[in-house]
Each structure stands twice: as C-alpha cells, then as structure tokens.
Ligand binder design. Structure first.
Ligand SMILES: [Zn+2]
Length: 373
C-alpha cells in the first residue's frame, strides 16, 4: 500500500503512525486542530484555561489565595503542562473576589503572564483587596500589559474570536453574529435585589473557534444577565456554557441559560458551593442541553439533583460511606457543619472544540469522554 493510499483513506493515520514510531505524544498533533479548554478544580473558585490551536493561552481567574494559593497554582500549572504551554498570554480576572484572583501572585511568580485584563477597581470596600490592587497587582501589570475592558472589546488570541460581552456591570450594546433575535424568556423575568457588589461587575466573554462557541460570564448575577439578554439576545446560541457563579441560583436565570441553548454546561462548583436545587432545575430544563458536567458532587444538590457520577470530576479527601440523597440546605455561621475538604489529587474537565462546531468533553478522574458531533 502506497503512502498516497494511506493518506486518502485517513489523513490522521500517518500522523498517528509517525507519532508512535518517534515516541511523540499524540496530543501534539491534536493541539494543532482544537481549541482546548480546561475547567480546573479550585474548590468552588474560578480557573479556566483556554489553549488555542496555535498554542496561545487565555486563563480566566486564578483560584483561591491564602493557604490554598500553592494548591490552586499547582493545579493550574498541571493543566498548562498537560496542554504543553508555559506562558499565559492573557489573564482575565473576572472580578475582585478571593476565589477568582486569590492565587494570582503565586502563579505569576512561577509562570510568565503577558497581559492582565480586568473590569477596573473593586466596587467593594475591602482593605485587603485595595491593598492587593494597589501594590501586588500594580506591580505585576506594570511589568507587563494591562487592559480595563469594556463590552464589545476583542481579545486577540490567534485563531479564536474572543469578545467581551459584559464588564463593570455594563453589557454589550450590539448583537454579535448569530444573535439579535427577541428573547422569549424576558417577559417572565422577575427582577432580583440590586447587586451592588463585585459579582455583577464580572468580565464575561464569548469565545468562538470556527463554529464552536463558548460562553463564560464569571459570577455575573441575575439582573445583569437580564440586562445582557433582554429584550434581544445579542449572543444567539452556544455550544458550551460555563455555568455562572459556581452554579448558584442568584445567577443562571432562564433569560440567560434557556436562551443560549447550550449543548453542554460545565459547573465549577465546590463540595458545598453551588448546585442548589433551583439552579439545577433551570439547567436540567434548558432547551437543547444534552449534558451537565460538574467539578464536584455538591452536597447542596444531594443525589436528587446531581448528575451521574460519570460526569463528576472530583471526590473529597475523606469520602463519605454514602452519598446523601436529599439536598443539604446551606447554613452559615457557628452551627454549620464543616465543609468536606479536598486538598489531594484534583481532576479537571477538558473540552476540545473543533472548527466545525463538534467537540468532546473528558472527565480527568475516570477518563470518560463523550463526543458532541
Ligand atoms: Zn466566585
């Protein structure tokens, strides 16, 4: 059989064959064709790594600080190593909460970060955040590039269109290709209490690689979802929706979640953060949603509202003998039982999107992969 016949039958076969003969990792060949997205487990915080087909990188948020900074930095760097990248071209910090910027200093001390992107100063009066922004963060971005984005801005990553759709509680005022139709869910929207904090300030983006579209809105809350999505939906539909705000029900309203008709949603929840029944019901009833994946089993879901274990990437350090059936009602303060801890080995959920819009999702814990053609 000639080489020509091999190529005609299957273009990938010679690549696979030569990779095996030369001992090269197959991911090198794959990384040139897909937009890869790692949903990194930072225990109910945010850390999402995008790696473009050309090897460009966008990291959205850097997980938790304090005693968790080293752990979350290691988990982010593990994903970078898996992707074969050594630098962060763009770091978006969606907003100034500790579960989103916490490990930034630690990460930036180990990995070059070229461009820092945010919504502007914090709107909350926290001395700790002000201190971080005025000293640590300023020092980092003055040695690199820094952009305060506004809706409509584009972030340059070769081969990927990234458009900012929300920032500093403002939303994009024009429709993107594929968007612009009236949003039928707006009529039933019940306005929520005004959110004057940082969540509503979140930088949100739409990333597009060919036909493959991903929506990531950080911790954007309900009223700003309404502002973004009503009366017309400027986004249209997406393939992947990164569930907002760790799956909490003060975000993830139907005007957003039902209107974008995502095929897959992935929730960066914690063991007891996000996944409350109200949010799960919105997701499970979303038109077109084929699967919901989660970084953790949430006790706030219980078995009643969670997804099959195949779709859950992480357990906890000390597993309980049985999974609770009823959702736990969130409790705060002295009476609240301690949260299950997970400082040991962590697993990501990895998405590989192709330019024709098809994609695969893989659970790093059990290797379970599903193709969405
Ligand atoms: Zn958060």
């Amino acid at each position: 059989m000639s080489h020509r016949e091999l190529s005609a039958r299957s273009g990938i076969f010679p690549v696979v064959l030569w990779s095996i003969l030369l001992g090269l990792p197959l991911t090198t060949a794959q990384a040139q064709e897909t937009l890869d997205i790692y949903l990194i487990d930072v225990e109910g915080g945010g850390a999402t790594l995008f790696v473009s087909p050309a090897g460009g990188t966008l990291l959205i948020d850097t997980g938790n600080g304090g005693q968790s900074a080293a752990r979350d930095t290691r988990r982010i760097m593990d994903a970078m190593q898996d992707a074969g990248v050594t630098e962060i071209d763009h770091l978006i910090t969606t907003h100034w909460h500790g579960d989103h910027y916490g490990a930034m200093q630690e990460l930036a001390s180990q990995v070059p970060v070229r461009h820092f992107i945010d919504h502007g100063p914090s709107v909350e009066s926290s001395a700790r955040v002000a201190e971080f922004l005025n000293t640590t963060y300023r020092g980092l971005y003055e040695a690199a590039e820094h952009t305060v984005v506004t809706p409509g801005d584009r972030i340059s990553l070769a081969g990927i269109n990234i458009t900012v759709v929300a920032s500093a509680k403002r939303v994009i005022d024009r429709s993107l290709p594929g968007g612009g139709e009236p949003n039928g869910y707006c009529a039933d929207y019940v306005p929520q209490n005004e959110d004057n904090g940082e969540n509503a300030q979140s930088v949100g983006i739409l990333a597009q690689f060919g036909e493959f579209r991903v929506l990531h809105l950080g911790d954007l809350t309900a009223n700003t979802e309404f502002e973004l999505m009503c009366p017309n939906n400027p986004i249209g539909t997406v393939d992947l929706f990164v569930v907002s705000h760790h799956g909490q029900p003060i975000s993830n309203t139907e005007v957003l979640v039902h209107a974008v008709e995502a095929r897959v949603a992935i929730m960066n929840n914690g063991t007891r953060k996000g996944g409350q029944p109200e949010a799960m019901q919105v997701l499970f009833s979303a038109p077109g949603l084929e699967d919901l994946w989660q970084l953790h089993f949430s006790q706030l879901s219980g078995q009643e509202y969670t997804v099959p274990g195949l779709f859950i990437a992480n357990s906890v350090d000390e597993e309980q003998p049985a999974m609770p059936i009823a959702p736990l009602v969130p409790r705060r303060g002295a009476g609240a039982p301690p949260r299950p801890v997970h400082n040991g080995e962590a697993n990501w959920i990895k998405v590989s999107g192709e330019a024709d819009g098809s994609f695969t999702v893989t659970n790093g814990r059990n290797g379970f992969t599903k193709e969405y053609r």
